[in-house]
Write a protein that binds this ligand. Structure first.
Ligand SMILES: C[S@@+](CC[C@H](N)C(=O)[O-])C[C@H]1O[C@@H](n2cnc3c(N)ncnc32)[C@H](O)[C@@H]1O
Length: 268
């Protein structure tokens, strides 16, 4: 049976999640929080959330804090999610990309890798092999490990067009039966990194395109503003910034020009 959480305990956890990941948990998320953390309480034999909170804030358990963040994040994603963005990448950005010019793209909250590998398939189709690079980051180490493996259950790969499946994916055999492995020539051009977007970002280089999709929905306006400010120095002039279909940058920055809903461009 799950431990119960008091209003005071929930409010402490709300503050902790906000501090550590910038995520705003509404009171409606109480049951979700209890469900996701109960295993950790059971693991330590705690019967109150206060005990777990004390452990997390003791300053001695950075790995447990990471596990906590991993459990709190929502990582839903799939291949070819919101296909209009990949059509825009292909038809508007890559079509006239100068021959041989390097192209770098960042998947800012990449979850288990479906978004960056979709980018990789589109790029591999249009650019020469050593010309492009995908950088993908997330705050959750659990999803990053899955992303780096590049191995997915077949039923999770439905969004991949059949031609790309044949060209860029390998069907698992024997122990990997029922799974699909992203081809090594794509995986070697996708680099994964652990990054908290609410903190200062350094050493990632400059990008022609940034995707920041379906993560700002978890942030309040201050955090959204901070995250966009943190990422924008890494976008090249003329570069594109793309957010999820239920997200918008209106009122968050005046350093990007809206081109169409969810797609923005940095002035030259
Ligand atoms: C719903 S997924 C979106 C995945 C993908 N971009 C897509 O649209 O399918 C949101 C991801 O944001 C990550 N995330 C949440 N807060 C974050 C933060 N402060 N810094 C970096 N990543 C964060 C979560 O770990 C999660 O994997």
């Amino acid at each position: 049976m799950n431990a119960t959480i008091t209003d005071r305990e929930f409010s402490l956890f709300q503050q902790l999640v906000y501090q550590r990941a910038g995520i705003s948990l509404s009171p409606a998320k109480k049951i979700l929080l209890v469900g996701r953390l109960s295993k950790r309480l059971a693991h330590y034999g705690f019967d109150s959330f206060t005990d777990y909170y004390r452990l997390l804030t003791s300053g001695t358990q950075p790995e447990e804090v990471q596990q906590f963040v991993d459990l709190i994040t929502t990582n839903e994603t799939y291949f070819y999610r919101e296909p209009l963005h990949f059509d825009f990448l292909r038809d508007k950005i890559l079509r006239d990309w100068p021959r041989g010019a390097p192209f770098r793209i960042w998947s800012g909250a990449c979850s288990s890798g479906e978004e960056p590998y979709t980018m990789a398939m589109v790029l591999a189709e249009h650019l020469s092999r050593s010309q492009w690079e995908v950088f993908a980051s997330d705050i959750s180490r659990t999803v990053l490990a899955r992303a780096a493996a590049g191995l997915y259950p077949l039923e999770r790969t439905e969004g991949i067009p059949p031609g790309f499946l044949r060209k860029y994916c390998l069907k698992g055999v024997r122990s990997q039966q029922g799974k699909l492995l992203v081809a090594p020539e794509l995986r070697e051009r996708v680099r994964f990194a652990h990054l908290n977007l609410t903190e200062r970002i350094a050493g990632v280089g400059l990008f022609d395109v940034i995707f920041l999709r379906n993560v700002m929905i978890y942030f309040d306006a201050d955090t959204k503003r901070k995250v966009v400010e943190n990422m924008l120095p890494s976008l090249k002039p003329d570069g594109y910034f793309i957010v999820g279909h239920s997200e918008s940058l209106t009122g968050l920055t005046d350093r990007l020009v809206p081109l169409r809903p969810t797609i923005y461009r940095k002035p030259a």
